[in-house]
Write a protein that binds this ligand. Sequence first.
Ligand SMILES: [Zn+2]
Length: 322
Amino acid sequence: MNHTPEADRSLPLLPPIRHDGLSGGCSGGMSRTPPILEHLEALPKARQVRPGAWVACCPAHEDTTPSLPWSTSGDKVLVKCQAGCETEAVVAALGMKMSDLFAPKTSMINGASPASSPAATLHYDYRDEDGHLLFQVERRHGKAFRQRRPDGRGGWVYNLDGVRRVLYRLPELLAADPSETVYVVEGERDADNLARLGLVATTNPAGANKWRDDYSESLRGRDVVVFPDNDAPGQKHAEHVARALQGIASTVRVVLLPGLSHKGDVSDYLADGGTVEELRVIVRDWPRPRRRSRSPVASWSWPASSPSACPGHGRATSRPAR
Ligand SMILES: [Zn+2]
């Protein structure tokens, strides 16, 4: 998922948000938090204004001064654009349905487990070639990210001063068959989701716009596919990565997944019923760089059918029927 430096700065590092007793109710892997919350919290300039109340830029109109407040009440989310957008338009711009304003009805069979609640904090390990832990990215609910490194005494230091930065899942990347395509995504969760499906996947720490030239060396000679997040920062990031890999990777292709909603990514594609077999077909059929071309990078142009990438012009696109 997209987490821009701007979002990192604007999101306060507060304790995990509790949505009025909704958090923690997990059963069978289903969250009882209204599904739209995560999408609202990912909007530009999203910030918490008081417990249970947030504001962000409205995705349904050109909005630079956050004018979309929302709050939780019981099992539902109350959202109202101050500029007058219909709530239906706001929900559609997020690629969601009105029912996503409500927590799904799930039975509490096994009781709440803090470890599986949406408020849980996740840690992603970044390791060197030999598998030694260099640092971690910590993800809290609400997509607040921060980075930390071992202090050598069993604790953590919350900065990466002097720490070598590497690509996520570097040991797995280096151990994989060099003929395997490497998928570069935006976010550790996406890389893990692809790895679970047997693909070689990686990402860079700190999200969009944070690719470093020395990361490219780890992809020397590889066939690389970049899956951008479906928003303007995601596309810009993908193009930057592809350019950085010119002359280093064997081939680079920026591949757009069909049917993504605004800000959607490969995890959304999979969650929405997409399969790894379909991913392989899409990638197989995506144009390869032409031999005569001096550039190893293919397919810069975003298909005309691509959903709008501008946050101010977000419009819902429904997935093609499967
Ligand atoms: Zn609006």
